[in-house]
Design a protein around this ligand. Structure first.
Ligand SMILES: [Zn+2]
Length: 73
C-alpha cells in the first residue's frame, strides 16, 4: 500500500517549481531520486546473475524428492 506523504514546501530540483505531488507539474521531474543505495545494486546484481528467488527453493526439492507431486498440484 502506498503511503500518503506530503510534499508541501518542497521544490522541484530541476526547475524550482513548488511541488504539489510526487511529480513536478511543470517539467515532470520525480520527487524520488534515481540514485539507489549500494546494497540495492548488489541485491539486483545477485538476483540477475543467479536468477534465483524463493519460488525455486519451493520447487526444486519436491521435483526431485516427490515425482508427480508438482504435476498434481
Ligand atoms: Zn520541475
Amino acid at each position: 500500500m502506498k503511503s500518503l506523504v506530503s510534499h508541501e514546501g518542497m521544490r522541484c530540483a530541476n526547475c524550482d517549481t513548488p511541488l504539489v505531488g510526487e511529480f513536478c507539474h511543470e517539467c515532470g521531474q520525480s520527487v524520488h531520486s534515481v540514485l539507489k543505495p549500494v546494497y540495492y545494486m548488489v541485491e539486483e546484481t545477485v538476483e540477475t546473475v543467479l536468477h534465483i528467488d524463493s519460488r525455486i527453493l519451493h520447487t526444486l526439492p519436491p521435483l526431485f524428492l516427490r515425482p508427480g507431486f508438482l504435476t498434481l498440484e
